[in-house]
Structure formats: structure tokens, C-alpha cells
Design a protein around this ligand. Sequence first.
Ligand SMILES: Nc1ncnc2c1ncn2[C@@H]1O[C@H](COP(=O)(O)OP(=O)(O)OP(=O)(O)O)[C@@H](O)[C@H]1O
Length: 291
Amino acid sequence: MLEVQDLRKRFGDKVALDGVGFAVRPGEMFGFVGANGAGKTTTMRIVMGVLDADSGEVRLDGTPLTYDARRRFGYMPEERGLYQKMKVAEQVEYFGRLHGLGRAAARDAAGELLERLGLAARRDDAVEVLSLGNQQRVQLAVALVHSPAVLVLDEPFSGLDPIAVDALAEVLKDRCSSGVPVVFSSHQLELVERLCDSVGIIAGGRMVASGAVDELRDTEGRTLLKLVVRGASPGWADGLGEVTTDGDRQVLLVESGDDQEILRSAMRAGEVEHFGRQRPTLAEIFREAVA
Ligand SMILES: Nc1ncnc2c1ncn2[C@@H]1O[C@H](COP(=O)(O)OP(=O)(O)OP(=O)(O)O)[C@@H](O)[C@H]1O
């Protein structure tokens, strides 16, 4: 398990991190979300040892991280770093070898990743002639080539087209299901909601919400009761909640009340087409948490 504990970091007067902590279990995908400047990159840099924290600790399976332990991590930094003149396949193999793979293993791993990330046809092109999105795919292949024990990815999906997003999502899910903890930051909340088991929301250097995506969405007081009623006369739901009209249908959203009693009065008023709980999206939870 990767544990980030009570990280604090200042840059001069600026408090960038003010007690950031979270844990990611083996096989768990953790989405790290927050507004610009919230502290995601700083946290990830500290996890990777690129930056020192003022205090706090990062542990893997209970042991504080060392240089050697971090070599087994796969990291995609915010500042992308590729050799522009080097050919795509050569580059991915090279990084595999830097992480200790033998020649054949590096070649095989690079070939497989380039295939999965849709870059096989570009394997002999220099990085500098690729589009930005394709360079990003190479950067991902570089982060993944040595079958890392932990993945820490800063905005891995940004700039990718939908096909590449799906391809990367599949690769990450595979790595996750083989027991790797995966942490990635993203502003694409719909994607985080779709992919992640758990999320951490950071604002102003503090974690303002974290936990399993399903639990956050199900939290008491966050779910609304939604009814769609056809043919009901206006006013039947006065005082129950917010009503919107759509043709001969009325949509009622109720924050609190006796579900069964509300259902009975809806059935008396008209034809109930829908009755159920509506969970907030991650984007709605995010807006509420950082407000
Ligand atoms: N080297 C630095 N020197 C001074 N301030 C810094 C430095 N690095 C980060 N900061 C500040 O720390 C805060 C957190 O920045 P960080 O890059 O971690 O945010 P972020 O959540 O990754 O943002 P974004 O979504 O825009 O990438 C910001 O106020 C930033 O300006």
C-alpha cells in the first residue's frame, strides 16, 4: 500500500501543502483532483523524491520510500521529458534498460506498449516529428515500460484524443488488476469517476474530501429523490421539493422526506414514470468540496 502522510511544504511564504494525506491500496486506482495550484504536482513530486517535503512521510507497504524503492515506480512528471531526436521505440527501450530491463525484455515491453497505445506505426519516427498527443503517448510508454510496482502519473490523460484515452485507460486497468497501486491527477472528472475506485480532492494544499467514489456519491444528504410524474395537476408537489415541468411531465427533486409517502402522493396525482435516488456526479461533489 502506498501511504502519503501529513505532507507539508512551503515555498517561501506560500503554503503549498498543509497536511496532505491519502492511501492507495494494491490494485486500487486513485484519482487526485483539485483546481489549478491546489497542490497535486507538488504532492506527486514529493512522492517521487523530486522534491523534499518540510515534514510528513511517504511509505510503501509500511516502509519509508528509498531511492531504490522509487526506481520501481513509474512516473509521468508534469514537465514532460523525452529525447526529441531519438526514435520512439528506441527511446522506450532505452528507458526500460535504465530501469534495469535486459535488452530483449526492454524490446518486448516497448513493442507491446507501443502497440497498445496506438504508436506501432510510428516506432521509427523521431519524437520531435510527432504531434503533442503522440508525444504524450510515448511519455506514457516510458513511464510504464519497466512494469512499475506503483504508478504516479501527473495529468496522463491531458491532450489525448478519445481513442488514446480509452487505450490508456485499458492499460492502467490492466496494471491495476495485477495489484499495482495507481495514482493519477486529472481535471477530467467524468473520466476519474469512470475509472477510479477512490478519489482525493485537494484544495489550497489540504485534502477536503477523499474516499471510495461510490461512498462519496452515496453520502447521506448528497443523494436526491427523483420522481417523474405524468399528467399531474400543477401544485401537487408544493413544499416537497424542486419541480420542473417538461411537457406533460413534472420532475420533482426532493432533498429529504418520507420516500414512500411522497411516492403515494405522486401516484394519487398522476402516472409515476420514474422513482429513484439520484446520486451526485463527481463534478458536483468537487464543486461542493472546493466551494
Ligand atoms: N517551485 C515553486 N516555487 C514557488 N511556488 C511553487 C513552486 N511549485 C509550486 N508552487 C506553488 O504551490 C502551489 C501548488 O502548486 P502545484 O503545482 O502543486 O498545483 P497543482 O494542483 O498541480 O496545479 P495544476 O492543476 O495547475 O497543475 C501553487 O500555488 C504554486 O504556485
